[in-house]
Design a protein around this ligand. Structure first.
Ligand SMILES: Cc1cc2nc3c(=O)[nH]c(=O)nc-3n(C[C@H](O)[C@H](O)[C@H](O)COP(=O)(O)OP(=O)(O)OC[C@H]3O[C@@H](n4cnc5c(N)ncnc54)[C@H](O)[C@@H]3O)c2cc1C
Length: 406
């Protein structure tokens, strides 16, 4: 009997919405309360730095569900509402309004917040961060009138904004502290592809530089260089929103720590999406994944676990990007220092290739660039855990499926 139970979901982003959907799909007939700080109903963020930012997708396209879906599925969606406290002992959450809601099970999908640039002037008008749809509207508006912008941070968001700006005909200076954009994520071999892509599209890419200050007219670098621009867009990473969990006494360590069933240190509280640092059965360790596919699938497992099903989340990490004419998918997990070989298959010059990260001859991760429909065999290679023949792996004529079979 679940009709008298209440499942509360804190955080009405993509992960929260997917959890609510799964609870109903699985036949949960109790009360579902989905609480979110933002004014918009749950939406997906990837378009905010791509099609939506470039005015190629309407706002309606970003939403996870049509507006009517929540009432139709009896999901009590509370927007513009902040949860200020969780009380695990009494199974209640408190809202900023003072209202308390009791729960049988609680799911945290509180996501993450962009890191601020830790320099003087970082909060000036004209310094833009990109997380919410309103942020994307502001960047879009800026790109309509600006002639030159500085993008601080050569991660995925920074590079996508740079691509959108160049596509809009705006001059871009991209400032990156490391020697290459994406160096930490991809390593020097594959990161160089993205540096070449942006330089080839007219971005002034300055690596190995530090912003010392945002001034009234642009940015000043350590060393004194002043770059005059109309606006500054910052993409220097995110921090998981763990404050509620921490204050409630849940175990927090680079996100809310959960087991493979996505259960926190409290048996009635679960976490999923950007905020969850989850035990991954295939990788044999905890990882926190800040990507769309994780926000789509992980909460489905969390919802089933909350219903008492014997499930574990073991999908391999997956993410994608689109920049100019480059489309890319990355799957698996290869951390800096965790691999000893990078193998390319295809044409790097034309940016049509697959890169593989290996350790001891075993594939840990793969990135396909302008090559499609290969995620499944790449994941099968990773899951097999067997050493592969590197020459065959590098040969585009050899079907990946053959390598999986050995
Ligand atoms: C601009 C942009 C582009 C991206 N592009 C890609 C991409 O190309 N590919 C990819 O794989 N990933 C991409 N991502 C990442 C992906 O969008 C995130 O991984 C995903 O949004 C995470 O979803 P989530 O629901 O876990 O968290 P969020 O989307 O952060 O949602 C969490 C929600 O919880 C709310 N909340 C937090 N605390 C409280 C509280 N106390 N009370 C009430 N509500 C609260 C927040 O306001 C927020 O609305 C992109 C992200 C951004 C910002």
């Amino acid at each position: 009997m679940t009709a008298d139970e209440t499942f509360v979901i804190v955080g009405a982003g993509q992960a929260g919405a997917m959890a609510a959907q799964t609870l109903r799909e699985e036949g949960f007939d109790g009360r579902v309360v989905l609480i979110g700080q933002e004014h918009d109903r749950p939406y997906e963020r990837p378009p905010l730095s791509k099609d939506y930012l470039m005015d190629k997708a309407e706002r309606e396209k970003i939403y996870v569900h049509p507006e009517s879906w929540y009432a139709e599925h009896d999901v009590d969606l509370r927007l513009a509402t902040t949860v200020t406290e969780i009380h695990p002992a009494t199974h209640r959450v408190t809202l900023a309004t003072g209202e308390a809601i009791g729960y049988t099970k609680l799911l945290l999908t509180t996501g993450s917040t962009p890191r601020r640039l830790p320099v003087p002037g970082a909060n000036r008008d004209g310094v833009l961060y990109l997380r919410r749809v309103g942020d994307s509207d502001r960047v879009k508006e800026t790109l309509r009138s600006a002639s030159h912008v500085a993008v601080v941070g050569g991660g995925w968001i920074g590079l996508e904004v740079a691509a959108a700006a160049r596509t809009a005909g705006v001059a871009v200076t991209l400032l990156e502290a490391a020697d290459l954009p994406l160096l930490q994520v991809l390593g020097p071999e594959a990161a160089a592809v993205f540096a070449g892509l942006h330089r080839g599209n007219g971005v002034e890419l300055r690596c190995g530089v530090q912003v010392a200050e945002v001034t009234g007219s642009g940015v000043r670098l350590t060393g004194g260089d002043q770059i005059d621009v109309d606006a500054v867009v910052v993409g220097v990473g995110i921090t998981p929103n763990t404050q509620l969990a921490e204050e409630a006494g849940l175990t927090v360590d680079n996100g809310v720590r959960v087991d493979a069933r996505l259960r926190t240190s409290d048996p009635d509280v679960y976490a999923a999406g950007d905020v969850a640092n989850a035990m991954h059965p295939h990788l044999g360790k905890h990882i926190r994944v800040e990507h769309w596919a994780n926000a789509r699938h992980q909460p489905r497992t969390a919802a089933r676990a909350m219903l008492g099903q014997d499930v574990a989340y073991d999908r391999l990490p997956y993410f994608y990007t689109d920049q100019y004419d480059l489309g890319m998918e990355y799957t698996g997990y290869a951390e800096p220092g965790g691999y000893d070989q990078v193998v390319f298959r295809g044409d790097l010059e034309r940016r049509e290739f697959i890169a593989f990260w290996l350790s001891g001859g075993r594939v840990l991760a793969g990135m396909n660039v302008n090559v499609w429909d290969v995620t499944e065999p790449i994941q099968a290679l990773i899951r097999s855990g067997k050493p592969v023949d590197v020459e065959r792996l590098a040969n585009p004529g050899e079907p990946l499926e053959n390598l999986v079979e050995g």
